[in-house]
Design a binder for this molecule. Structure first.
Ligand code: BES
Ligand code: MN
Ligand code: ZN
Length: 482
């Protein structure tokens, strides 16, 4: 695991293998964020960078040898554009550190004096240093020791980065190595170590307690389902938050089988439960003055002779019955039980997090999660907190006219709307049916953001991203007592 520390040393004389320097685009050319740097190069650094095509655009990188002009043998220039915000710093630090895989030590000279800057630089650097080597015989190790040249603290950044790495590892792990029981075991071990109280319900307990949704989705797999409850409390807490995560360790679609091209990345369908788990661990480590409860709704959605069938009727934990018209709309079936269970804790707010619909990707693309709620202020708050953390999210409506499409001729509700249009919204409307009156609730659909099928960018690697973990931590911070 990469470590980070802060140091107020002079970047020009700092002994390290690589010095990362930010460059702003100014009317008179490039200006480095490290003081005295251009002077150390006889005033020629900015010009040389321009001559190799570096223009200072956000995220742009150039590696240049320093020929003894400064203590570090290698300089990595990273673009910041004309000005930067905290997310710009996180991304620049992440992109530069990612490009230095295989290097032992790197120092980061990005703006790190104003409020939050040192933390943002540290966090971006740590997130960019992530790599998943579990199944590789040879891999370039990420930068081992990072030094951020500046003032402030990197403590919160280290906690956040560790949780995000935990979530990325879980998402990236092959589904043959991460089935519901295994995930529950990891949550129990890691959660207990972090100071959480952990309870696990197995398939028999789930059946006896009436969790028809989780049992129905999980019954086609040889790896039975689990419901994990993680709880954290603080004596000075005034608010209680409940997070409910979709944890489908693999989504084949079940008997409503997915086509192959949609299936190969469905190991990421537990990203919501991953984010809840990672957030709870971080909340405990940070000692936030809030009560937080996390539910991981874990099941493997597989076709088999014991699998649930289209037209089966499930008895949900809330008491409502649901006709399963499509076994691939399974996320809402495990979440309906998790949400109803979470309401029993009398939380001030329930937030569910799920890789719920392909329609989210159609509507908002890969990097922007959809946020729905039964309360406009709550929806806006979730979007605002996500924005602060640099996680893309956008408020979406729950239009009333879509509700009647979820009527079933045989049960209280159907799990599929006859129209595919607005599929992200109909899924949200389905879930809202399981939130008791008077309880505030938000739903985050992050089908796209949970998994990066494209090239790495900023501090985001290929594969599992750990998306929304930091938004949940931020929400807990917003609800913490002063
Ligand atoms: N896990 C999928 C949604 C998904 C799609 C996540 C792409 C990540 C990337 C979910 O269980 C699913 O299959 N949803 C269906 C719902 C439909 C049958 C109503 C979908 O979106 O097609
Ligand atoms: Mn599905
Ligand atoms: Zn799914």
């Amino acid at each position: 695991m990469t470590t980070v520390r802060l140091n107020s040393a002079d970047p020009v004389s700092y002994d390290t293998d690589a010095l990362i320097v930010g460059f702003h685009v100014a009317p008179d050319g490039l200006t480095p964020t490290a003081e005295g740097l251009d002077a150390a190069f006889g005033g020629k650094l900015a010009n040389s960078l321009t001559s190799v095509g570096f223009s200072g655009k956000p995220g742009e990188l150039a590696k240049v040898p320093t020929f003894g002009a400064i203590a570090a043998p290698l300089l990595v220039a990273v673009g910041l554009g004309e000005s930067h915000d905290l997310e710009g710093l996180r991304r620049a630090a992440g992109a530069a550190v990612r490009a230095l895989a295989g290097t032992q030590r790197a120092a980061v000279a990005l703006p790190a004096s104003a409020d939050g800057e040192a933390e943002a630089v540290s966090l971006g650097a740590l997130l960019g240093a992530y790599s998943f080597g579990k199944y590789r015989s040879e891999d370039k190790a990420p930068v081992a020791e990072l030094t951020v040249l500046g003032e402030g603290s990197a403590d919160r950044a280290a906690v956040l980065a560790e949780s995000v790495a935990l979530v990325r590892d879980l998402v990236n792990t092959a589904p043959s190595d991460l089935w519901p029981g295994k995930f529950a075991e990891i949550a129990e071990q890691t959660g207990t170590k972090a100071g959480l109280t952990v309870e696990v319900l197995d398939e028999k307990q789930l059946k006896d307690a009436g969790y028809g949704g989780i049992v129905g989705v999980g019954q086609g797999s040889v790896n039975p389902p689990r419901l994990v409850r993680l709880s954290y409390s603080h004596p000075e807490a005034a608010k209680t938050l409940a997070f409910v995560g979709k944890g489908i360790t693999f989504d084949s679609g079940g008997l409503s089988l997915k086509p192959s091209a949609s299936m190969d990345w469905m190991k990421s369908d537990m990203g919501g439960a991953g984010a809840v788990f990672g957030a709870l661990v971080a909340i405990a480590k940070l000692g936030l003055k809030v009560n937080a409860i996390g539910y991981l709704c874990l099941a493997e959605n597989m076709p088999s002779g014991t699998a649930q069938r289209p037209s089966d009727v499930l008895h949900s934990y809330s008491g409502k019955t649901v006709e399963v018209l499509d076994t691939d709309a399974e996320g809402r079936l495990v979440l309906m039980d998790g949400i109803a269970r979470a309401a029993e804790d009398n939380p001030d707010l329930i937030v569910d997090i799920a890789t719920l619909t392909g329609a989210q990707i159609v509507a908002l693309g890969w990097r922007t999660a959809g946020v729905m709620s039964n309360d406009d202020d709550v929806r806006d708050l979730v979007v605002e907190v996500a924005g602060e953390q640099g996680e893309g999210a956008w408020g979406m409506p729950l239009p009333e006219e879509l509700r009647k499409g979820l009527d079933s001729p045989v049960a209280d509700l159907a799990n599929l709307h006859p129209e595919r249009w607005g599929g992200m919204l109909t899924a949200g409307i389905f879930l809202r049916e399981f939130v008791p009156d008077g309880v505030k609730w938000a739903h985050i659909d992050m089908a796209g953001p949970a998994f990066n099928k494209g090239e790495p960018h900023g501090y985001t690697p290929k594969g599992g991203t750990g998306a929304i973990t930091r938004t949940l931590i931020g929400l807990a911070e917003r609800h913490a007592s002063a």
